[in-house]
Design a protein around this ligand. Structure first.
Ligand code: HEM
Length: 402
């Protein structure tokens, strides 16, 4: 970046990710001198970018900042679109509260933990399949995206999802790629029909998986999940799980391969794994920014965020805030990484699948460490290129060998 970003009136966002070092410097400069800059999005609309940890936590925990970015006044996150898509249910605060209450009852960390053995078996199976492939191979496609596709099937108790198909749907619905309206509508409809079929099948053949529990919650006197709400929940779980978990797993392994001493320590002492997972969650960028809509004027430090403004919470900047954590750019699996990092968000929309994500990551890393004692990057780490989109970012491929 030639011109220091802070001298620009409104800098374009997302920033260039060709050079991750330059990106980190840009965020560092903003955190220091201009922590809530106004940025211009590819659509031409403007938003406020939150770069410090304390501000990020404040915004995500404050109900005055709504997740309903589908409002007509909100900045358009996708280039060339008329507005943003938001789930009409989740945008409704009362509904959201009730839904989370029901969902967290059917999806507890204890229930997740009972799945460890089966998810571990899936991860080992996938590692075995990977070992049979011709090297070098892209770890993201050949392993990292496969595990959540299989993991969610196990969680929901449904046939293994065809991961290409699911990724196509998720990509069209959840990222800022310029999928046109027709493509998004088609993906939404396909997922809706698919989920309706799953529920019908579960009603006919009840079991003990998450969908069965959600159906049971629906019949409970405390609340009702209608057929539409059940469908929406299944879609939210499939979409929430897929890309995020895959990226944390694949990019986490990339981080470990780039720190061979720490990888060796982890191989020798697996009790370091939970700490390593938290450090990976803190360190690797997955989503560029979490969008919010200001429903009233809010004073944030020295900045006044006007009513109807769009705010983008840059989690990767916040998680590297030197005001919050020492030596933020050092990857250290032994550090006592606070679990209050923002990888799973914070506040009313905190990730509902966090314990399942941690479980899948733990099983995925364990399988890779067990099966591949000589796993290595097949290219120099600088040759791994990254995309930095408004809503989704990450390594394009992670070629590995062994
Ligand atoms: C490492 C993997 C994951 C990461 C980094 C992640 C990250 C996040 C974040 C940051 C949010 C909050 C979004 C916001 O505030 O706007 C979120 C919400 C959510 N996540 Fe995750 N997630 C992961 C895995 C999962 C899994 C495994 C599931 C389900 C099986 C899941 C389901 C959801 C759902 C349903 C929400 C919406 C919650 C709400 O609106 O109240 N996520 N996730």
């Amino acid at each position: 970046m030639d011109e220091p970003v802070t001298t620009k009136k409104k800098c374009p966002f997302p920033f260039d990710a060709d050079d991750l070092g330059a990106l980190a410097r840009t965020y560092g400069e903003l955190r220091e001198h201009d922590p809530v800059p106004e940025v211009t999005l590819p659509s031409g609309d403007t938003a406020y970018l939150i770069t410090r940890y304390a501000d990020a936590q404040a915004v995500l925990g404050d109900r005055r900042f709504s997740s309903d970015i589908g409002r007509p006044e909100a900045a358009r996150l996708r280039e060339g679109s008329d507005g943003n898509f938001t789930n009409p249910y989740i945008a409704d605060r009362a509904w959201h509260l009730r839904w989370r209450k029901l969902l967290t009852r059917a999806f507890t960390p204890q229930q997740v933990e009972t799945m460890r053995e089966s998810v571990q078996a899936i991860a080992h199976e996938l590692a075995e399949e990977l070992a049979g492939r011709e090297r070098p191979v892209d770890l993201l496609q050949a392993f990292a995206f496969q595990l959540p596709a299989r993991g969610i099937s196990e969680l929901l108790g449904i046939p293994v999802l065809e991961q290409r198909q699911v990724r196509g749907w998720v990509d069209a619905l959840a990222t800022s790629r310029e999928a046109d309206l027709a493509e998004r509508a088609e993906a939404g409809m396909a997922m809706w029909q698919y989920s309706l079929g799953l529920i019908a099948d579960k009603r006919a053949h009840p079991g003990e998986h998450l969908i069965d529990r959600l159906i049971a919650v629906h019949d409970d006197e405390d609340g009702k999940l209608s057929e539409d709400e059940l469908v929406m929940t299944i879609i939210a779980l499939i979409v929430g799980n897929n890309e995020n978990t895959a990226r944390q797993l694949g990019q986490g392994m990339f981080l470990l391969l780039n720190h061979p001493d720490q990888l060796a320590e982890l191989r020798a002492d697996r009790s370091l794994l939970p700490g390593a997972i938290e450090e990976i969650l803190r360190s690797t960028p997955v989503y560029t920014a979490l969008p919010r809509f200001a429903t009233e004027e809010v004073q944030l430090g020295e900045k006044v965020i006007p009513c109807n403004a769009t705010v983008l919470v840059a989690r990767d900047s916040a998680q590297h805030d030197e005001r919050w954590i020492d030596e933020p750019h050092t990857f250290d699996i032994r550090r006592k990484t606070p679990t209050r990092h923002l990888a799973f968000g914070h506040g009313p929309s905190f990730c509902i699948g966090a314990s399942f994500a941690r479980l899948q990551m733990s099983c995925g890393f364990t399988a890779l460490l067990d099966r591949f004692p000589d796993l290595a990057l097949a290219v120099a780490s600088e040759e791994v290129s990254w995309t930095y989109r408004l809503l989704g970012s990450g390594a394009k491929t992670i070629p590995v060998t062994w």
